[in-house]
Design a binder for this molecule. Sequence first.
Ligand SMILES: Nc1nc2c(ncn2[C@@H]2O[C@H](COP(=O)(O)OP(=O)(O)OP(=O)(O)O)[C@@H](O)[C@H]2O)c(=O)[nH]1
Ligand SMILES: [Mg+2]
Ligand SMILES: [Zn+2]
Length: 282
Amino acid sequence: MNEALVLKKQSSLFTVELGDGKILSLGARNLKKDGIFVGDKVLLDEQNTISKTLPRKNLIIRPPVANIERMFITVAPIPKPDLLLVDKLIVFCFLNNITPILCINKFDLDEKTCKNIEKIYKKVIKTLVFSTFDESVTILRGQIKGVCVLAGQSAVGKSSIINALKKEVVARVDTFSKKVQRGKQTTRTVELYKFGKNKYLADTAGFSKLDENLLNIDERELKSYYPEFLKFAGSCKFKTCVHKGGKEFCGVQKAVEDGLISKERYENYLKLYENLKNLKKY
Ligand SMILES: Nc1nc2c(ncn2[C@@H]2O[C@H](COP(=O)(O)OP(=O)(O)OP(=O)(O)O)[C@@H](O)[C@H]2O)c(=O)[nH]1
Ligand SMILES: [Mg+2]
Ligand SMILES: [Zn+2]
């Protein structure tokens, strides 16, 4: 039996890539087609129909993508950066066994804002700064490994990144003003684009917002998904410290005061903590 990777799904037709790089368009048999996702590794039978999906590393429902290795969380000076969304996406990645990488785009527009965002995140996760309008965007190429997805607010330039890397227009880009008028996202479907051996990148629109429900954790667990907190949590008086009881007892709050942990990250942590806590009430 042939193993294949699902690159695209259009109603009941699947575009898959075989081990030798050959691309096929085919259907599925004896399986609920709803149970096969972009990113799935599948087995094909003699008639070249999908007969089985192989076990997954992870599966995201909105947008529907399986086996995600890395998420490129994209922000830009314009539209106004939503850093709480960035923090939620980072937690989401850790919960789903995905490596988050921050991509700060549109460096050409506003260097200062880009540098400020970089300063906050470079201590937390791998952070890249670039512009899709020049060669700097190519630093992203080396970071593509396995199935990767682009995520982030609408109009930060996710489709532009794909286009710049592919040097040909494959994903649709709208002008910023048109987007704002329509108030809608340009990118709707998910498709994996190949950038080399075992290097795939998908443009997605589904992560432009992230409902706290998707994080599905107790607020007291949230602190474990803030890598930069862990170093200071050892000096908290109580092991159960959730880092909001006062700096006399809390190593993390002390570190925020001393400028060793970003204030923005910490304040958004408190917001997210409250959001998760409130979820349980309804
Ligand atoms: N100045 C500047 N503008 C950029 C850059 N990258 C993208 N843009 C512009 O930003 C706007 C939005 O780009 P898109 O690529 O459509 O954004 P998107 O993230 O795919 O948006 P959705 O599909 O709605 O989620 C377009 O007008 C792009 O030309 C950049 O590096 N610098
Ligand atoms: Mg797009
Ligand atoms: Zn603490």
